[in-house]
Design a protein around this ligand. Structure first.
Ligand code: CDP
Ligand code: CDP
Length: 216
């Protein structure tokens, strides 16, 4: 049986991670947060003293970075050089400030393309029914043939407020501008869920209903 694939795209703080985590539990799917992969690569490049402007050095470094996956619970965690990258390392102010610019480099995206598609094999190897993958280009580039493609949206002011509530002075609007083209592409043909006036349980209920119907 081929893995059941759900793509969830959306801007910063639109609720992707929380929604994907809930769906993964409810439907026995691997939870894949591709933003965490871009963050892990950014952290690794920063560790190598590179900035997003050091293009030739980044191109030279990428083939040396060997990627693996560790599954904790139902969540995929990136390993670099055999070492699992922990959450604290990828949520630093330095990574927050640079990740969107590292992610705009075509070679960085190319390095992650096969890796992300390979998560379907990871799900299979762990006897999961499939995967729920969240990002900015999942339904457009990574899995355009996903069984279901959702696009989460919410008013930008509301999203910035959610981040502030988490205690993060996060530059939500700034990353959205840099990610703009990818976001527009991924929204095409996806099921739009606007959560400006919906809380998380309501979003999860709405999407779960659609998933359950598709699965039967
Ligand atoms: O993964 P992404 O950056 O898209 O968002 P998230 O980390 O899942 O959600 C950002 C914050 O917004 C979390 O604190 C969620 O609990 C909250 N949220 C909310 O209050 N209402 C929603 N409908 C969705 C998310
Ligand atoms: O917190 P936020 O939702 O902005 O970010 P994230 O999901 O942790 O992803 C971090 C950054 O990686 C995003 O702001 C994008 O610039 C980039 N990214 C991307 O370009 N493509 C993806 N599929 C996922 C993330």
């Amino acid at each position: 049986m081929s893995p059941f694939i759900i793509a969830i795209d959306g801007g910063a703080a639109s609720g992707k991670s929380s929604t994907a985590r809930a769906l993964s539990e409810r439907f026995n799917l691997l939870h894949v947060d591709t933003g965490s992969f871009y963050r892990a690569i950014a952290a690794e490049l920063l560790r190598r003293k590179l900035t997003p402007d050091d293009l030739p050095a980044i191109r030279a470094a990428l083939p040396e970075i060997s990627l693996g996956t560790q599954v904790n619970g139902r969540t995929a965690h990136m390993k670099i050089g055999g070492r699992p990258i922990d959450t604290a390392e990828i949520r630093t102010p330095e990574v927050n400030a640079t990740v969107a610019r590292f992610a705009a480099i075509p070679e960085v995206r190319a390095a992650l393309l096969t890796y992300q598609r390979g998560q379907a094999d990871v799900a299979r190897a762990h006897d999961l029914r499939g995967l729920v993958m969240e990002g900015r280009d999942i339904g457009s580039v990574i899995f355009p043939d996903a069984d279901l493609r959702f696009f989460l949206d919410a008013d930008p002011v509301k999203r910035a407020e959610r981040r502030r509530k988490e205690g993060l002075m996060d530059k939500v609007a700034e990353r959205d501008v840099l990610d703009n083209i990818r976001l527009r592409e991924s929204a095409k043909g996806a099921i739009m869920i606007d959560s400006t006036n919906l809380d998380l349980p309501q979003v999860v209920e709405k999407i779960s209903g659609i998933v359950a119907e598709k699965l039967t």
